[in-house]
Design a protein around this ligand. Structure first.
Ligand SMILES: Nc1ncnc2c1ncn2[C@@H]1O[C@H](COP(=O)(O)OP(=O)(O)OP(=O)(O)O)[C@@H](O)[C@H]1O
Ligand SMILES: [Mg+2]
Length: 277
């Protein structure tokens, strides 16, 4: 484990989010305190409606908190930025563009212009095209590059969304249940690929999931959220399993099973009751 892993990269300080609704104010999140180190893989887990997407949107800069601060690389998050790429819960592809074009769009926005911040020069069309193809290949979609979203399955659409985010080589990868719509085998394959990619890119990842095994397999930290309204972080579980991790070897590893049980206890014993609202 490198020293840089312990450094603060993403800081969430006293964050609350209240939505204005027709029935009055709805407090979705309260008192969120979280620090994520550079290169750390953090998952957010909690029951449906507890505010996981709300928190991810705040980190993405798509919404502003009602209270508190969010800081990335010592700068306040005031809006979206190329260093924070998002994979949305509902893939959000542009339906009139092909898979290739959907990914290319993001690549062009980041690499099609020079950046004073990290001293990059503008890449040419051949380089942008190569980046786009490489990202599609990474998620196993080269064969569908020139199909439109309406012509591919839900799982494939989700993979285009992942390719688009990865192709932008972000410092922080924010993912909202990226594998939720996939069958178990594809899901396992993409989880393994994600582990390989993150080991190479050292990206900091914040990922929302409902899946306990996925959370334990991938994470350095599992952030377990209480039920809403006014949800907050109930507990943060550090997953101290050596990397690289193999799902086959972990299947009967007592430490893995212990972490798994801790998350299940939190979700189904301590936070079993989901309020209707
Ligand atoms: N724009 C909004 N206006 C009003 N209420 C909202 C808004 N966005 C979210 N909420 C409410 O805030 C709560 C948290 O929503 P959020 O989408 O963050 O949950 P989630 O944990 O991502 O759920 P799921 O697992 O089902 O995706 C819910 O009660 C939701 O109805
Ligand atoms: Mg959600």
């Amino acid at each position: 484990m490198s020293l840089s892993l312990t450094s603060k990269y993403l800081e969430i300080q006293g964050v609350a989010q209240t939505f204005k609704t027709a029935k009055g104010d709805f407090p979705a999140l309260r008192n969120i305190e979280l620090t994520v180190g550079k290169g750390e893989f953090v998952t957010l887990i909690g029951h449906s409606g507890c505010g996981k997407s709300t928190l991810l949107n705040l980190i993405a800069g798509l919404t502003r908190p009602t209270e508190g601060n969010l800081i990335c690389a010592n700068r306040e998050i005031t809006g979206p930025g190329p260093e924070r790429a998002v994979v949305f819960q509902n893939h959000s592809l542009l339906p009139w563009l092909t898979c290739f074009e959907n990914v290319y769009l993001g690549v062009e926005r980041v690499f099609g212009q020079s950046s004073v911040v990290d001293g990059r020069t503008r890449e040419n069309k051949a380089q942008l095209t190569a980046r786009t193809h490489a990202a599609l290949e990474l998620v196993g979609l080269s064969h569908a590059a020139f199909k439109r979203p309406g012509e591919i399955s839900g799982g494939m659409k989700q993979r285009v969304g992942i390719a688009r985010a990865l192709a932008m080589a972000p410092q922080v990868l924010l993912m909202d249940e990226p594998f939720g719509a996939l069958d178990a085998l594809t899901r396992a394959k993409l989880q393994d690929e994600l582990l390989d990619i993150v080991a190479t890119t050292h990206s900091t990842v914040v990922m929302v999931t409902h899946d306990v095994d996925e959370a334990v397999l991938l994470s350095d930290k599992i952030v377990m959220m209480t039920n809403g309204p006014a949800a907050t972080i109930g507990e943060v579980l550090a997953i101290d399993l050596p990397r690289p991790r193999s799902r086959v070897q972990l299947a009967d590893d007592p430490a893995y099973l212990g972490y798994r049980k801790a998350v299940i206890d939190f979700l189904y014993t301590r936070q079993a009751h989901v309020e209707k609202h």
